[in-house]
Structure formats: structure tokens, C-alpha cells
Write a protein that binds this ligand. Structure first.
Ligand code: NAI
Length: 252
């Protein structure tokens, strides 16, 4: 990669759910490319751990508390990052949860929580950030979707619906914001080695591996690299797209 491709110096990035896993890898990667990074956790302790992690990795960043299901929390996190670094022009909607169950057993609360945390959050976050992006005539919104949004997955109707919805939101918003040079894209990981997939039973993990041509789970940094590409100069002419990063388990 040419140096200027990776150069995010002077840009402020907000990455939701960066206390661990994919979000942490994304925050680290954007920080390494020179962005000032606000990473979020759901607790004060988690936010402090993110701040510590940034400073031990030489990144100019801060950990903040954010609950993406609360507009009030979104507003206060936005205020905090803006006061500290300026308005975020790179937004990565990464926070997400699973509440898996077969459809007949899925409780409405599990449906609502997943839609709220994984989909409505993208609306809430984008709404909070978009004005400064359009004013700056530059912005990047990157939504972390999932291969399940395209393939479906038994036991995940809530999660698949949220992720497919997120990809629809991505396309519609890309059309609205293109004229202001704000790109909106999704990255759809396959199965990545994080706490979310470590929670799966061993048998399920083994079955999943058989469906992946590359024969392994992905690493969080392999998602982060694609996010950094979309955030940087090289990705500047891509908008409304969903980039699949899944070792070949789904080919669109
Ligand atoms: P993880 O469970 O390790 O981390 C999720 C993050 O979201 C945590 O930092 C958590 O604190 C945060 N979070 C949860 N609820 C929140 C809320 N209400 N407000 C703010 N933050 C909240 O998950 P992982 O694996 O790192 O996943 C990150 C994203 O990637 C998620 O959107 C997930 O759906 C997606 N993904 C993950 C895959 C995998 O194989 N691990 C595959 C495809 C997509």
C-alpha cells in the first residue's frame, strides 16, 4: 500500500463496540493509519481499558461509554468525542449482539434487542454524525454486517434480518449522501475468531469450518484491513457496496 493510501492523519474516527474483537482491531488499524480514534465500551471500566490500550499502542485515542440503543447515550458520546478531537468524519458501526434461537422459540424481546442493537443503532449513529460529514464534504460510514445477512442462518432470523437491513440502509444512505462526498459501505465478515464465535459449541465450529474454502476462521485484523481500505484514499470511489470477507463461504 502506498503511504498516502493509508494516511488518515487529521481524521477523527468513531468505532462503536471496540472493547474487544473486530471493533478493537478496527480501532487499532485506523489509529495506526494516523486517525484520532474514539472507541466505545458499554461500561466506564471498559472505556478506561480502551484508553489504556490505545496509549500502550501509541494511538491518539480515547475510550468512551456508549450504549448504541440509547439516543441520549449516542448524543453524549458524540459530544465527548467532538470536544476532545473534533467531529468524527469516519464512523464505524461495529457494535452488535446475537440472541440466537430457532424461530419458533424466539422471544419477541430477543428479536427487538437484536434489531435495536444491530440495526437501529446504525440509523442513530449515522444521524448523529452525518451533519458534520456533509458540512465537511467528506465522510465515511462503514457498517459491519455479516455473511448471514446474505445467506441466512438457522437460529438467527433476528440477526440475519438486522444485518440484511443494515445493508439496505447502506445502499439508500449512499445514494442520499454521495453528492456530499460521503461514502457509505458495509463490510460483511464470515466467521471470525472472536468471543462471539468462541461462544459457539465445538461441533458447530467444526461444521462451519467445512463450509469455508480457505479452511479456517478469519482474524479480526483481516476485517480491520478492509475497513481501513474503505476509510482511506484507495476506497474513495466505492459507495453503497457490501464487501464480503469470508474465506469463500459465500460468493456473491
Ligand atoms: P464481540 O461480541 O466480541 O464484540 C461486540 C462489541 O459490541 C463489544 O465491544 C460490545 O461491548 C459491543 N456492544 C454490544 N452491545 C452494545 C450496545 N448496546 N452499545 C454499544 N456497544 C455494544 O463481537 P465481534 O465478534 O467482535 O463482532 C463485532 C461485529 O462484527 C458485530 O456487529 C457482529 O455482528 C459482526 N460480525 C462478527 C462475526 C464473527 O464471526 N465474530 C461475523 C460477522 C459479523
Amino acid at each position: 500500500m502506498r503511504k498516502d493510501d493509508a494516511d488518515l492523519a487529521g481524521k477523527v474516527a468513531l468505532v462503536t463496540g471496540s472493547s474487544r474483537g473486530i471493533g478493537r482491531a478496527i480501532a487499532l488499524r485506523l489509529g495506526a493509519a494516523g486517525a484520532k480514534v474514539a472507541g466505545t465500551a458499554t461500561t466506564e471500566q471498559g472505556a478506561q481499558a480502551i484508553s489504556d490500550f490505545f496509549s500502550s499502542n501509541g494511538i491518539d485515542g480515547v475510550g468512551l461509554v456508549l450504549d448504541v440503543t440509547s439516543s441520549q447515550s449516542v448524543d453524549s458520546a458524540l459530544q465527548a468525542v467532538t470536544e476532545r478531537f473534533g467531529s468524527p468524519l469516519i464512523l464505524v458501526n461495529n457494535a452488535g449482539i446475537t440472541r440466537d434461537n430457532l424461530f419458533v422459540r424466539m422471544r419477541e424481546v430477543d428479536w427487538d434487542q437484536v434489531i435495536n442493537t444491530n440495526l437501529s443503532s446504525a440509523y442513530r449513529m449515522a444521524r448523529a454524525c452525518v451533519r458534520s460529514m456533509t458540512r465537511s464534504q467528506w465522510g465515511r460510514i462503514i457498517n459491519i454486517s455479516s455473511v448471514v445477512g446474505s445467506m441466512g442462518n438457522a437460529g438467527q432470523v433476528n440477526y440475519a434480518a438486522a444485518k440484511a437491513g443494515m445493508e439496505g440502509l447502506t445502499r439508500a444512505l449512499a445514494r442520499e449522501l454521495g453528492g456530499r462526498q460521503v461514502t457509505v459501505n458495509a463490510v460483511a465478515p464470515g466467521f471470525i475468531d472472536t468471543d462471539m464465535t468462541r461462544a459457539l459449541p465445538e461441533k458447530t465450529r467444526a461444521q462451519i469450518l467445512e463450509t469455508i474454502p480457505l479452511g479456517r476462521l478469519g482474524q479480526a485484523d483481516e476485517i480491520a484491513a478492509v475497513v481501513a481500505f474503505l476509510a482511506g484514499r484507495s476506497g474513495g470511489y466505492i459507495t453503497g457496496e457490501t464487501l464480503h470477507v469470508n474465506g469463500g463461504m459465500f460468493m456473491s
